[in-house]
Write a protein that binds this ligand. Structure first.
Ligand SMILES: NC(=O)c1ccc[n+]([C@@H]2O[C@H](COP(=O)([O-])OP(=O)(O)OC[C@H]3O[C@@H](n4cnc5c(N)ncnc54)[C@H](O)[C@@H]3O)[C@@H](O)[C@H]2O)c1
Length: 315
């Protein structure tokens, strides 16, 4: 879709990924950018730079409020759906997980269909795969997920496929690997390992590593993810899911070493037994996104982590 003059809504646009997409959209010739967020996790501060643009407006409401959502979505050309309860919240409140993530997504999908929205870019997750059963982990990898969070993402993916089949709603879905960058949540109950390690380093305590540190993940910088979203909105391809990652693995040991080096710390990590069962290996193949969307993440982990540290120090 050509974005010139288009009206774009970001549901969950005040969060980590959404707010970076908003920043990028303000530099494009779209006519209107509406952030629809209930601020359960995102913040007004995340939008402070973008809010200076006259194109940007904010609606504080939940996607669970079906009537309000429909009213605000009237006339939108493109919708980014980023809102979701996060992994830890879904563990603690499985009912809310289904109500918000699945029913809330259905409210958005139904309104897109009824209002003739031209394109929906949906945020799924690499959690749909669970632990890797085969490598490289392509989009054909089985749904080996065992979490409620991942189950809601799988349910939504299936919902989108079905609605495409029945009504042809043009959508694509992104299965993100581990996203990091400025504006990551560092105050909530579920914060990323990067924030936990930085908190320990900044308070002069050894970083804690749960397990043996060999767990390997694919970390992708948030501005790369935002760029992938814009490309996805501009693309013509529909009814497809894509891995969005760097395509390279980093162990927790390596990640902690980088953070120690970048902060100039000589602390040594402490190893503790892994209390919960987590995914221990997840690196996505990035070929499909490159081939069909022309997307390739290009921020090296060290550069991205430097920006996170600068931002965290400024908070
Ligand atoms: N961050 C990651 O590493 C990662 C990895 C895989 C998938 N994802 C998915 O990508 C999407 C964006 O991730 P993020 O890191 O920006 O998440 P985030 O939590 O920072 O942002 C989500 C936003 O949605 C809002 N929200 C939640 N429930 C809502 C509701 N009912 N109505 C309206 N707004 C609501 C929150 O306030 C928040 O601003 C999410 O769907 C997430 O599940 C993220």
């Amino acid at each position: 879709m050509d974005l010139t003059g288009k009206r774009i809504m970001l549901i969950g646009g005040a969060g980590l990924v959404g707010s970076h997409i908003v920043d990028m959209l303000t530099k494009l010739p779209v006519s209107e950018i509406v952030v629809y967020d209930n601020f359960v996790r995102g913040t007004r501060q995340n939008l402070s730079a973008a809010a200076k643009s006259p194109k940007v407006s904010v609606v504080e409401a939940s996607m669970s409020d079906r009537e309000r959502l429909r009213q605000e979505m009237e006339g939108m050309d493109g919708v980014f759906l980023l809102a979701s309860l996060w992994l830890g919240e879904c563990v603690n409140n499985p009912r809310s997980a289904w109500e918000v993530n699945v029913l809330g997504t259905w409210n958005v999908v139904e309104a897109c269909r009824d209002l003739g929205v031209q394109r929906l870019v949906y945020s799924s997750s690499a959690s749909v795969y669970g632990n890797a059963l085969e490598t490289p982990m392509t989009e054909e990898h089985p749904f080996n997920n065992r979490t409620t969070y991942g189950a809601t993402k799988i349910a939504n993916e299936q919902m989108l496929r079905a609605i495409y089949e029945q009504h042809g709603l043009p959508y694509i879905g992104y299965r993100y690997m581990n996203i990091y960058g400025p504006r990551m949540d560092y105050r909530g109950t579920y914060v990323s390992v990067i924030m936990k390690v930085l908190d320990r380093i900044f308070s002069g305590q050894p970083p804690l590593i749960y397990g043996d540190g060999t767990q390997m993940y694919d970390f992708i910088y948030v501005e790369d993810v935002a760029r992938a979203n814009i490309l996805g909105m501009q693309a013509d391809v529909a009814d497809e899911f894509f891995n969005i990652g760097m395509g390279t693995g980093t162990t927790i040991d390596e990640l902690v070493d980088m953070l120690l080096e970048l902060t100039g710390s000589d602390l040594k990590p402490d190893y503790l037994p892994q209390e919960q069962s987590f995914v221990t290996y997840r690196i996505g193949s990035v070929e499909k996104a490159e081939k069909l969307l022309g997307f390739r993440a290009d921020t090296p982990l060290l550069d991205g982590l430097k920006k996170v540290i600068e931002w965290r120090r400024s908070q």
